[in-house]
Design a protein around this ligand. Structure first.
Ligand code: 5GP
Length: 116
């Protein structure tokens, strides 16, 4: 079994977070260190450490992350102006929390995709 992270505790509401959406498959909450006016993490309730651990049975779950991301972007009024979805993987990807999650960033021009 993969080791739980702080995100499992947030999902179970054992520690506080600003949750903006939750259903039986995903939980979305504000990132504690916001890098943009909107910075929300969309997390599968199931503990999958990284994209490397994804299996075909996760296809629908991961598709649901995008559905929820689009819904939150619309609710926050940034769907038309635009936003960025990021999934970091392991060391070179800059992953800090080993519970797969999608960053939803927007509310200002985000600039080039990568620093040069
Ligand atoms: P990663 O680098 O793994 O893609 O992103 C992890 C993100 O989780 C970071 O942006 C970090 O600020 C956020 N984070 C880490 N610990 C907590 C926490 O306890 N609560 C919340 N809301 N966000 C957290």
């Amino acid at each position: 079994m993969p080791e739980e992270t702080i995100f499992s505790k947030i999902i179970r509401k054992e520690i506080p977070a600003k949750i903006v959406y939750q259903d039986d498959r995903v939980t979305a909450f504000h990132d504690i260190a916001q890098r943009a006016p909107t910075h929300i993490l969309i997390v599968p309730n199931k503990l999958i450490p990284t994209v490397n651990d994804v299996t075909p049975e996760d296809e629908a779950l991961l598709g649901h992350l995008f559905v929820v991301a689009a819904q939150i972007a619309k609710e926050r009024g940034i769907a038309e102006s635009g936003y960025r979805l990021i999934v970091n993987v392991n060391r070179d990807g800059g992953q800090e929390v080993f519970h797969l999650h999608m960053h939803l960033l927007g509310g200002r021009p985000l600039g080039p995709m990568l620093a040069r």
